[in-house]
Design a binder for this molecule. Sequence first.
Ligand code: CTP
Length: 237
Amino acid sequence: MKKVITYGSFDLFHEGHYNLLKRAKALGDYLIVGVTTEQYDESRGKLNIVDSLDKRIENVRQTGFADEVIVEDHPGQKTEDVQKYNIDIFTVGSDWIGTFDYLKDYCRVVYLDRTKNISSTMLRAKEFPIQRIGIIGTGRIAERFMPEAALVSGVNAQCVYNPHMESARAFARKWGIDACEDLEAFYRASDIVYIASPHGTHYAYIKQALEHEKHVLCEKPMCLKREQAAELSACAK
Ligand code: CTP
């Protein structure tokens, strides 16, 4: 009996996954499919998996091509599995060409042509459009915000506003984003407004951003007077 193994996240299960599993199964008699855990995906830089592990496993099962589904949760597991399950063929899509050649010491390695124009990344982008963050203020806190924002999936720091245009330009150059000269252009380019300007300016910026129907994230204090806080809450609601 010829045993085949393949691995993947199989997030938002799509035609490319189906084709891959079908051809993997056709390579032998018994197909084992390894589905990655969220934690393992995160450790290799995939931070935005949408479907739960259970759902991804269920979708693989439903194709009817997998004789066995296992969970992949640590680096080095492929080598262990290939030996443990007496695998004859390891296979994955052609986007991985060369990456798993080290398994040739244990079994045949086959890279199958990837299905064109479809991927989980594409589907995730369609389902959850990237939220553009506009930053007001260019001081110490805004500087700390930038490297952290870069680690959050689904958002993109897009542009910056500071009435002192020279500060905005310097900040924009440093972080590779756009500097907006006027606030209307700034609101057009933002879905979320992050406010890190001097305290006394928070109220007016929050109000304006809400009036432009933007999500607002503001550094503390939100504003300086109780009535302002009540007004802003009502406006946000
Ligand atoms: N695959 C394929 N054709 C596609 C997409 C994926 O043959 N269009 C294959 C991959 O090469 C891999 C398996 O399907 O062998 C599982 O891939 P996975 O990484 O889960 O899917 P992707 O759509 O590539 O996911 P992402 O966009 O998150 O990288």
